[in-house]
Design a protein around this ligand. Structure first.
Ligand code: HAM
Length: 446
């Protein structure tokens, strides 16, 4: 009946008519496919999840790095990996007016390394500990939990190759989720080896894969990035690769010692994990410790966050040969995981106190009282536009306020104001001059 993009104008009697007029717009706009909007009150949940994850990073001494939304396309090709789906199929790439190729960031680690090198952070105190929060863009097929614009909160710790740091990074994510109330996730960890054992393992795996009756595309993948074949979800490929050699069984002594120590630290911190030797991350820069947080309540898009070491990335991007480790946590998927557990985050209420003025003099007094309360840190909204008492009280209800202040002419004359408790419905008169203090006390005693 009513379509999006249709303007419905209600002309009230006395305002030039008395009919419904339906004006159909010839064109209408909607957000790009696969790109969510966050609107109140749900946006409060988005903000709470994002801020909760950021807080975990703060608590461990990570400082904010605010990065550009787009970067040189070559940075992602070199940083994320030329053979990855992210770079070959999913980037939003465009030329600027001078013919330079830029891409919307599909992730933030490459940009973070670029900034660390550009601003010489790697020449100061190590490890460099930074966090970021913001949108990423991947041209994927949209589905539940998979968007073309999504948000990540991430941290990176650069310049110290210490298993205790790996464990810290993992525990920051774990604590971030838990602080939001999330419990039903699983932490999977593995080691992808280092430059002393990975090349040999790659050959071993290729020897194994080349003997299998794989289709052409999968054979090609086995030549370019054999690890990726282990990530193939097709049952027939899973069966064929069931006995494939695993990196974890072919780690160099130092990589194995590093991994064992990471697990030891996780045990000591009480962070539960499972070792998943078949884990394959979608980005090419990973070495040694890699991990993923998986939530089974999300269907196919079950990865709520992931990360790992990337010890060659800084050098690859022209910086010093420093090690690094970090993670990116998906804000939207964390919201979905919370919902799957029947939990919520954030306060959808727009305000704590709602003011209902009845008459012009009352309005002036209430506007001033509202501003006084805001200055004291109370969230206040008012009924504007001379609504009747019924409409104003409805607005108070909708606002989610804890208390409503009702002020009429008679109250003004008596120097009192009505204070309504929105959860019980009880209303009492309080002295107008003391209203600011009394309202604050009532909120604190909650
Ligand atoms: P990633 O695994 O590609 O890692 O992404 C991290 C998280 O972002 C995923 O676990 C998922 O929750 C979320 N995510 C990814 N793609 C989408 C999508 N299309 N829609 C919704 N959420 C999505 C990285 O990006 C690395 N930069 C993480 C890292 C930092 N590694 C080391 N440091």
């Amino acid at each position: 009946m009513f379509r999006r993009g249709m303007i419905i104008r209600l002309d009230l009697p006395g305002h030039g008519g008395g009919n419904w007029t339906i004006v159909t717009k010839t064109s209408s706009f909607s957000a790009p496919k696969g790109v969510p909007d966050y609107i109140p009150p749900d946006s409060a949940e988005f903000a709470a999840v994002r801020d909760g994850l950021v807080r975990a990073a703060h608590l461990a001494g990570y400082g904010l790095l605010e990065l550009p939304i787009f970067e040189d396309t070559a940075l992602f090709a070199r940083g994320v990996g030329e053979s990855t789906d992210v770079v070959t199929k999913e980037m939003w790439t465009f030329e600027d007016r001078s013919g330079n190729s830029f891409s919307l960031r599909p992730e933030l680690t490459a940009g973070a390394m670029r900034a660390v090198i550009e601003h010489n952070l790697d020449r100061g105190q190590l490890p460099v500990k930074i966090y970021y929060s913001g949108p990423c863009f991947r041209y994927e097929r949209p589905q539940a939990g998979r968007y073309r614009q999504f948000n990540q909160v991430g941290i990176e710790a650069i310049g110290v190759d210490d298993p205790a740091l790996d464990a810290e990074v993992i525990s920051v994510a774990d604590q971030g989720y838990r602080a939001l109330g999330l419990t039903g996730f699983r932490l999977e960890v593995t080691s992808l080896g280092d430059e002393t054992c990975r090349p040999q393992y790659r050959e071993l795996l290729q020897d194994f894969l080349f003997k299998l009756p794989l289709d052409e595309e999968t054979q090609r993948r086995a030549r370019i990035n054999p690890l990726r074949v282990l990530d193939d979800k097709r049952p027939e490929v899973r069966e064929l690769t069931a006995d494939a050699p695993l990196m974890i069984d072919h780690l160099s002594e130092s990589a194995k010692a590093h991994f064992d120590q990471v697990l030891g630290h996780l045990d000591a911190m009480g962070v539960a994990y499972v070792v998943n030797p078949r884990m394959v991350r979608g980005l090419d820069y990973y070495t040694k410790t890699t991990f993923e947080f998986v939530h089974d309540g999300l269907g196919a898009q079950s990865g709520i966050g992931g990360g790992g070491r990337y010890d060659g990335l800084m050098a690859e991007l022209g910086g010093q040969p420093l090690s690094g480790i970090g993670f990116g946590l998906g804000v939207e998927r964390t919201m979905l995981a919370l919902r799957a557990e029947g939990k919520s985050a954030g306060d959808p209420a727009r305000c704590q106190v709602f003011g209902v003025p009845l008459g012009d003099a009352a309005k002036q007094r209430l506007v001033a009282l509202g501003s006084q309360l805001r200055a004291a840190g109370v969230r206040v909204d008012l009924a504007y536009g001379g609504r009747g008492v019924k409409g104003a009280m409805k607005a108070a209800d909708k606002s989610g306020a804890r208390f409503t202040l009702v002020l009429g002419d008679r109250d003004l004359a008596e120097n009192t104001i009505g204070l309504k408790d929105m959860s019980t419905g009880d209303q009492r008169q309080i002295p107008l001059d003391e209203a600011a203090r009394l309202v604050q006390e009532a909120l604190v005693s909650e």
